[in-house]
Design a protein around this ligand. Structure first.
Ligand code: FES
Length: 149
């Protein structure tokens, strides 16, 4: 199954992140002002844990002596050697034409969309009897990441 529930939306506040294992790989899910992005937690340089790195912005300059800080909270620096990547795209800033970290689409879905109350647990087969049961609802929204092997 390529889609995986990775968190409730309220687990990752704006500016926050969550690093977890999904489908045999470590990924980091980031909240940029209510938009969610997921990157592989493996730096393309030498395999460092990229998603544990410092998050900051970009310095832009049009001429010597002048600079402007922009895109605060959208640039991720690897903790091993400091290579920088755009959280929105996975694009590197040190060699943008060649280097990019794997990124995954993140969707926000209501709890009713990610929980099927009729689905049996993995490996179980439904029996012939049914006990009295009561509906259980799930509030909130969940973050779903699609990982295609
Ligand atoms: S391993 Fe990430 S910058 Fe070197």
């Amino acid at each position: 199954m390529p889609k995986h529930v990775v968190a409730r939306t309220d687990e990752i506040p704006p500016g926050g992140r969550k690093i977890l294992e999904v489908a045999g790989r470590s990924i980091g899910v980031f909240n940029l002002g209510g938009e969610y992005f997921a990157l592989r937690n493996r730096c393309p340089h030498q395999g460092g844990p990229l998603c544990e790195g410092r998050v900051w912005g970009a310095l832009e300059s049009s001429r010597p002596g002048e600079f402007r800080y922009s895109r605060g909270g959208e640039i991720l620096a690897c903790i091993w050697h400091g290579w920088e990547f755009d959280i929105r795209t996975g694009q590197s800033w040190c060699d943008p034409s060649k280097l990019r970290v794997k990124r995954y689409e993140v969707e926000v879905e209501p709890g009713t969309a990610v929980v099927d109350p009729e689905a049996p647990a993995p490996g179980l087969v439904k029996g012939p009897y049914t006990a009295e049961s009561y509906p259980v609802t799930r509030d909130g929204e969940y973050l779903v990441v699609e990982i295609i092997p």
